[in-house]
Ligand binder design. Sequence first.
Ligand SMILES: [Zn+2]
Length: 257
Amino acid sequence: MRNFSTPSLILSVTVSGENNRRVTVFSPDEGIFTATLYGGPKSKMRSLVSPMNSGILYYYRDEVKNQTKITDFDVKNYHLSFRENLFKTYAASFVTEILIKTKCAGSSSECWKIVNGFLDGMELCDENESRLGLIRFLWRYLSLSGCRPQTKICCVCGESLHSEKLNSSSISEKYIYSPFENAFICPSCQNPRAGDFLLSKEAVTYLEAVASLSPKEVRKITVSKTGFFEMKEFVYLLIEQVCGTKLKSLETGTGIL
Ligand SMILES: [Zn+2]
């Protein structure tokens, strides 16, 4: 048996046996693993080991029996505002489901950085800022999973999607997303067809900014309502494709997320 400690985020807690809890943990070193929390109803640990609490987790592991037991949890961030806001609660389950379905996009340490960046940021922000934060998180996650579309140039003519030429005259025109190229086609190269996924220049520019600017710089950029909804629909679609399935959290969070 060996004792360990690691930075951890509690993803979920379910009842297991009479007094025990089965805990799903996310850590930068181990990715996602399950551990058992023993203890009666009055155990102090039970309130500490709650979903979305993060901190340093102490546990021991019996390699022979393949058992991991939580011994202590030094909580650094309780994310208390999540419990008072429906959007934040649902956004947290959405992130949890994505992490579990994609196994942290195969890179738990990088994943740890962007997940905690998003959750800790959401704790400090109001709901509207958190909604935009979720788009940025998903766009970064898509990059981590190697599936993020490029938003620099038109995949047909190679012209920058952000050049001034495309500005004033074509402001109402949309860019078409090409799933085959995983890129966009500019308004001069396209013949839109039914079923094409269209995004405004504003949306594509914002997504490019998330990809190329620092988080601090991107947070200063404002987005119109229309641009926001376009991006939301688009990134939700892509993230479901990465997960390879419809997401339960999106289904139950309809109207909230
Ligand atoms: Zn073009």
